[in-house]
Design a protein around this ligand. Structure first.
Ligand code: XIL
Length: 346
């Protein structure tokens, strides 16, 4: 009898420890974007396109929207006063035009990745404003009609919803935000203009502050077309409810919604891991399924697209930036599709 009982408990134990079954698939069922009615994008580094054929091949086939991960940022594109480094941005713009991919410009005004000269610019508010105008209009003007949309202002809010005390606020004042949008609109009246930020999907007070800001600007007549919810999230948080609240709030207010920098961390606590646990890959796929459902619930005309912040796990900014091992993207380190990808094409 005892023997039977122990065997039974043993079987139960084994069942519980059994690895979950993971969806498997290939990229043979056609491009990822072809499975969706909205654009599916990735952040790209042109240097990786040139040096890594697996990366370049997926960038070419799977995505129909591209966000430059770094090369449009001021530190790269505008390294000295009056000096613009167009070589890489021109070739990325040309690549997108040739391949019929949408290019989303990221980012014009931000407090990070600024060149030394800009951060230390000497001048009064009017001079700062004209420096900002020149920066925005030189870039947007050059790519008028070629870059479909821009993150005009990035991360202007603190987590509590107050305005971030950054260089632009300090030198120009609160109006830097609306002026940045006005300058961009003057340079390309047809481009779609976005405000982009993180944690809007996890911090209700920040979400509300961003929505208020966008509505106030729009009421004043400033052209502001959409919101970029960066969505650097994890399998642990935020809840699906919280994501849905944010997505719905902006959609109800009539803005385009771009899930603009999506990655789903499976190791947010920074544990010492060398490979992803199957259970975590499954949770990552489940999170993606929930995000797709939430996103597909908003009107199609407001679905600007979902952009992943990189292609393979080894391209992700997370390990370098946060100093932890992670596996947050659609493809693994060898560029094989992960369960999250398989769930998307299901
Ligand atoms: C990150 C890039 O991925 C990194 O390569 C770079 O070192 C730092 O910036 N929010 C943004 C993006 O708007 O521009 C950031 O990109 C990630 C957070």
């Amino acid at each position: 009898m005892n023997y039977l009982r122990f065997s039974f408990i043993g079987i139960l134990f084994l069942l519980q420890c059994r690895e979950p079954e993971l969806p498997t698939c290939t990229t043979d069922s056609g491009p990822l974007f072809a499975h969706f009615s909205f654009p599916v994008g990735a952040a790209l580094e042109p240097l990786d396109m040139a040096s890594n054929s697996a990366y370049a091949s997926l960038a070419n086939t799977e995505f129909n929207s591209i966000t430059p991960e770094n090369i449009f940022k001021p530190a790269f594109l505008h390294p000295e006063p009056g000096v613009f480094y167009w070589q890489e941005t021109d070739s990325l713009v040309q690549f997108c035009l040739n391949a019929g991919k949408r290019l989303h410009g990221h980012t014009l005004i931000w407090h990070q990745q600024l060149p030394y000269w800009m951060e230390n610019f000497q001048g009064n508010a009017t001079e700062w404003e004209s420096m900002m105008k020149n920066h925005i209009q030189t870039i947007v003007g050059r790519y008028k009609g070629k870059v479909r949309s821009w993150d005009v202002v990035n991360e202007a809010l603190e987590d509590d919803g107050s305005l971030r005390n950054n260089t632009w606020l300090e030198h120009i004042g609160e109006s830097y935000i609306e002026k940045a949008f006005q300058f961009a609109q003057e340079a390309d009246p047809d481009a779609l203009l976005f405000y982009n930020d993180y944690s809007l999907e996890s911090k209700p007070e920040k979400c509300k502050a961003a929505l208020d800001m966008l509505q106030k600007l729009r009421d004043k007549g400033v052209k502001i077309d959409g919101i970029g919810l960066q969505m650097h999230i994890s399998i642990l948080s935020p809840s699906n409810n919280s994501i849905e609240n944010a997505v719905q709030a902006f959609a109800t207010a009539g803005f385009l919604v771009h899930l603009s920098e999506l990655d789903i961390s499976i190791n947010p606590l920074g544990n010492k891991i060398t490979s992803p646990k199957p259970q975590a890959l499954l949770q990552q796929a489940d999170k993606m399924r929930a995000i797709l459902q939430i996103y597909q619930n908003i009107p199609a005309a407001q679905q600007f697209g979902i952009t992943f912040w990189g292609i393979g796990d080894s391209d992700s900014w997370i390990p370098g930036f946060f100093g932890r091992t992670d596996f947050p993207l659609l493809f693994d380190e060898n560029y094989a599709p992960k369960p999250i990808y398989c769930t998307m094409i299901e």
